[in-house]
Design a protein around this ligand. Structure first.
Ligand SMILES: Nc1ncnc2c1ncn2[C@@H]1O[C@H](COP(=O)(O)OP(=O)(O)OP(=O)(O)O)[C@@H](O)[C@H]1O
Length: 294
C-alpha cells in the first residue's frame, strides 16, 4: 500500500516557481529520502502534503485519502518536524509538550518522557532558555510523542550535534521497525544514504530521479585506480565509458561507466602492483545527476 501518493503536483507562488508536476509514491514502512539543494522545492512539497498550503494543480493522497479534504483526520496520524521551529518562549517545555499531546485522543505522556530522556531534554526548562539545538529536540519530541503512522521530517538534523543526530536516527530506525513510514527531506546526502531505502532528487522544482539508494550506487560509474610496474601510455584507457583519466608516474585513475569486463580485459595485459575499484558515494552521484541535467 502507498502511504503517500503525489500526482502531478504543481504549486506556484504568484509568478514565482514553487514545484512543477511532481509525482511520487511512498510505500508503507519505507524510509523515503527527498533531496535537493536550497530552493529546490522540498519544503513546498512537504507543506502541500500537510495541507499547510494548497496545490495550484495536481493532488496528494495520504493513507489513501485526499490530503486537502481529510486534512484534520490525516494530521492526527502524522508526526511533522518543520525545518524551523518557533515557540511561545515563555512556556516551559513540559507545558508545551502537554499542550501538544492534548490534541490526540490518547495518553502520550509515557512516550513523551521516554523521548525527552533519550534526547537528553530537560522538560522543566523554559523554552526561552534553550539553545537552538535544544529547541530542535523539543520539536522532535513534539512530533513523535503520539507515535504517528507517518513521520515527515523537513531538514531535521540542522542544529543537532553528531551524538544527538545519532540518537535521533536510532529513534527513527526503531519507529520504522514498528512499521512507521518516514519521509525524510535533506540536502545532506550522507544522512539520506545512511537512513533511506529510496530517494527522490528534486531540482528547480522538478523531480529528476527516483531510485533505490542501492541502484543509484550500482548503476553509476566506478572509480578505478591502479598502479603498474611499467609506465602506461595516456591513450591506453581511451575506451568508451572512461572519463576523467589522471596519469601520474605509474598511477592511473579514472571513472568508468559500462561493462566492467571491458576494463578487466584491458587490465589483464598489464603488470599491476595495486588496484582499487570503488563505488562513488551519494554525493558524487548527486553531482553527476545535476551536471547531466543542467
Ligand atoms: N512563500 C513563498 N513565496 C514565494 N516564493 C516562495 C515561497 N516559498 C517558497 N518559494 C519559492 O519556491 C521555491 C522552492 O522553495 P522551497 O522552500 O520549497 O525549497 P527547499 O527545497 O525547501 O529549500 P530550502 O532547503 O532552502 O528550504 C523557491 O524558488 C522559493 O523561492
Amino acid at each position: 500500500m502507498n502511504v503517500i501518493e503525489v500526482k502531478n503536483l504543481t504549486k506556484t507562488y504568484g509568478n514565482a516557481r514553487g514545484i512543477t508536476n511532481v509525482s511520487f509514491a511512498v510505500e508503507e514502512g519505507e524510509i523515503f529520502g527527498f533531496i535537493g539543494p536550497n530552493g529546490a522545492g522540498k519544503s513546498t512539497t512537504i507543506r502541500t502534503l500537510l495541507s499547510l498550503i494548497y496545490p495550484t494543480s495536481g493532488n496528494v493522497t495520504i493513507f489513501g485519502k485526499d490530503a486537502v479534504k481529510y486534512a484534520p483526520e490525516i494530521k492526527k496520524e502524522i508526526g511533522y518536524l518543520p525545518s524551523e521551529v518557533f515557540y511561545y518562549d515563555n512556556m516551559k517545555v513540559k507545558d508545551l509538550l502537554k499542550y501538544s499531546a492534548s490534541f490526540y485522543k490518547k495518553d502520550c505522556s509515557k512516550r513523551m518522557h521516554e523521548l525527552a530522556e533519550i534526547m537528553n531534554l530537560d522538560v522543566n526548562k523554559k523554552i526561552d532558555d534553550l539553545s537552538f539545538g535544544n529547541k530542535k529536540k523539543v520539536g522532535i519530541v513534539q512530533g513523535l510523542l503520539h507515535e504517528p503512522k507517518l513521520i515527515i521530517l523537513d531538514e531535521p538534523t540542522s542544529g543537532l550535534d553528531p551524538l544527538m543526530q545519532q540518537k535521533f536516527f536510532d529513534i527513527l530506525k526503531e519507529e520504522n521497525k514498528k512499521g512507521t513510514t518516514i519521509l525524510f527531506s535533506s540536502h545532506i546526502l550522507s544522512e539520506v544514504q545512511r537512513l533511506c531505502d529510496r530517494v527522490a532528487i528534486i531540482k528547480e522544482g522538478r523531480l529528476i530521479a527516483l531510485e533505490k539508494i542501492s541502484t543509484l550506487q550500482e548503476n553509476n560509474y566506478k572509480k578505478i585506480k591502479l598502479e603498474t610496474k611499467e609506465s602506461i601510455n595516456d591513450k591506453f584507457f581511451n575506451l568508451p565509458g572512461v572519463s576523467k583519466i589522471e596519469l601520474r608516474d605509474h598511477i592511473v585513475s579514472f571513472l568508468f561507466r559500462g561493462n566492467i569486463n571491458v576494463i578487466m580485459k584491458k587490465l589483464a595485459g598489464l603488470q599491476l602492483t595495486n588496484l582499487l575499484i570503488e563505488e562513488p558515494d551519494l554525493e558524487e552521484i548527486f553531482m553527476h545527476y545535476y551536471e547531466k541535467e543542467s
